[in-house]
Ligand binder design. Structure first.
Ligand SMILES: Cc1cc2nc3c(=O)[nH]c(=O)nc-3n(C[C@H](O)[C@H](O)[C@H](O)COP(=O)(O)OP(=O)(O)OC[C@H]3O[C@@H](n4cnc5c(N)ncnc54)[C@H](O)[C@@H]3O)c2cc1C
Length: 462
């Protein structure tokens, strides 16, 4: 692709390092969260600072090399890694500065969310991130970021005050409410398309403990209907994730993971109806440290297992969806495979749909149809099961989808990316045309640059 001399010169410019497939660490470094993804880039730039990232972009531009960007490498579809291109790896960039007085944190984008949480919790502070500590803060935030406090504090992207971005021409810019405002708008929900975020500055909130954990019920149409009604009237402080699953012994169950921010007495009042519904098979609710709540799923879904996922947005879990969920749970692989229902409501739903690139500002469930296995021999059947389940739910789903839950670009197609951005899509295309007209950043849920109308095309040279 490019000569050894050029690679050597490039390596000398970096404070990080270049890895070629012949390097002893290459196979370890190219691993991503999902064990089903096995792609081999031509080279990996392990960056240590913004300057390294900008140099990697310029190298790729000069030599016309396709790139991917790895934040946490957590994306189900492996959007952070590509065959035969340059992977720009941010995973060594983990600095974070917490301003306790101003209640902000400026973080490098190689941090995983567990690492970010640990640093901010030293000061009793947090920002809303996702529910698995191994997720990268950057991919999560740039696409939206649903988490346990979405009702009270909004999405991760709602708490972004500013970003440092390496653009498609290798320049470094800041964007925030005063500078590069259109880029700032686009980075909050569609950021993977416009540049490489090297630092993200977040607003922080005081929170150290929550009341939460899982409750398990036998799976039935009644619990699904009740759950849907219960969460529709939940206060902002109460966020939930429901999951239809099959236990190892074949029992079909519906787990409701609850997170309440407030005193135990307030929490118990808010969840009383849920606790009183039927007879839970297990009730593991208690007051717990926030870090423990954040790590609740960690043991069950470690890096390296084989994951697959497809998704819908669902305003309500109606009779048609219930029928499909009951049918497909019966044939799923055992827990931690699940059909999950992650909630968006409250503060996140009150933001105007055009205020950030993330458009889905209404109460809904993000449905994660997510089988998990360890044996590669199960890949084909689990992919087929997921697609069938997705088709089964499709007639009942909204014409909307969460971009971070979308599968690989080659599968989803542009129509589905349009659904991820709804009425914001055209404005995003115009931004893409302005900041990345050659579609340099395309290893993502891609927003193609706005085609220039014929009448505005320039004739002759500038
Ligand atoms: C088990 C599991 C649990 C999850 N839980 C949640 C959850 O609770 N809430 C939620 O909202 N989502 C959740 N997700 C989805 C998650 O948001 C996405 O997978 C997200 O892409 C992960 O971020 P990452 O940095 O690890 O991404 P990567 O895999 O590194 O990258 C994903 C995409 O983002 C781009 N990207 C990454 N970093 C940058 C950067 N710094 N600048 C520009 N582009 C970048 C990449 O090019 C790629 O297109 C979950 C996923 C899994 C597998």
């Amino acid at each position: 692709m490019i000569s050894a001399t050029i690679i050597g010169e490039f390596d000398n410019q970096l404070s990080g390092r270049i890895l070629l497939p012949s390097h002893a660490d290459f196979d370890q470094v190219r691993k991503v969260y999902n064990g089903m993804i096995d792609r081999k880039p031509a080279l990996i730039a392990q960056c240590r600072c913004t300057r390294d990232v900008a140099a990697a972009v310029r190298l790729a531009r000069t030599h016309d090399i396709p790139v991917s960007i790895r934040g946490g490498g957590h994306n189900f579809a492996g959007k952070s890694i590509l065959e035969n291109g340059l992977m720009i790896d941010l995973s060594l960039m983990k600095e974070i500065a917490v301003d306790t007085e101003g209640r902000t944190a400026r973080a490098e984008t190689g941090l995983k969310l567990g690492e970010f949480d640990r640093e901010t919790q030293k000061h009793g502070l947090m920002t809303p991130l996702g529910v698995a500590t191994t997720t990268g803060i950057s991919g999560l935030t740039l696409g939206g970021g649903y988490g346990w406090t979405v009702g009270e504090f909004g999405l991760s992207c709602d708490n972004v005050i500013g970003l440092e971005v390496v653009t498609a021409d290798g320049n470094v810019v800041e964007c925030n409410a005063e500078q590069n405002q259109e880029l700032f708008w686009g980075m909050r929900g569609a950021g993977q398309n416009f540049g490489i975020a090297t630092h993200i500055e977040y607003r922080l909130h005081e929170l150290t403990k929550v009341y939460g954990g899982p409750l398990f019920y036998p799976l039935s149409a009644e619990i699904l209907r009740f759950y849907d009604e219960f969460v529709a009237s939940a206060p902002d402080e109460l966020t939930t994730l429901g999951a239809a699953t099959k236990m190892a012994d074949g029992t079909l169950a519906f787990g409701v993971v609850v997170c309440y921010h407030g005193t135990p007495a307030e929490a118990e009042r808010a969840i009383k109806a849920l606790r009183d519904f039927g007879k839970p098979m297990a009730d593991m609710l208690s007051e717990r440290p926030y870090l423990e709540m954040q790590a609740l799923f960690d043991r069950d879904i470690p890096p390296g297992k084989r994951y697959y996922n497809k998704s819908h947005n669902l305003s309500r879990i109606g009779s048609g969806s219930i029928e499909a969920v009951l049918h497909f749970t019966a044939t799923m692989l055992p827990y931690p495979s699940m059909i999950g229902f992650q909630r968006l409501h409250g503060a996140a739903a009150r933001v105007a749909p055009g205020a950030t690139a993330f458009p889905h500002r209404y109460d809904h469930h993000v449905v994660w149809i997510s089988p998990v296995a360890e044996d590669p021999a199960l890949d084909e059947s689990m992919i087929r099961w997921t697609q069938d389940c997705w088709e089964g739910l499709r007639p009942h789903a909204d014409q909307a989808v969460y971009v971070n839950a979308l599968d690989d670009g080659s599968v989803e197609g542009e129509a589905r990316v349009r659904q991820a951005y709804g009425a914001n899509f055209t404005r995003l295309q115009a931004l893409k045309q302005a900041v990345d007209p050659t579609n340099f950043f395309r290893q993502n849920s891609n927003i193609p640059p706005m085609p220039t109308p014929k009448s505005q095309r320039s004739h002759g040279t500038a």
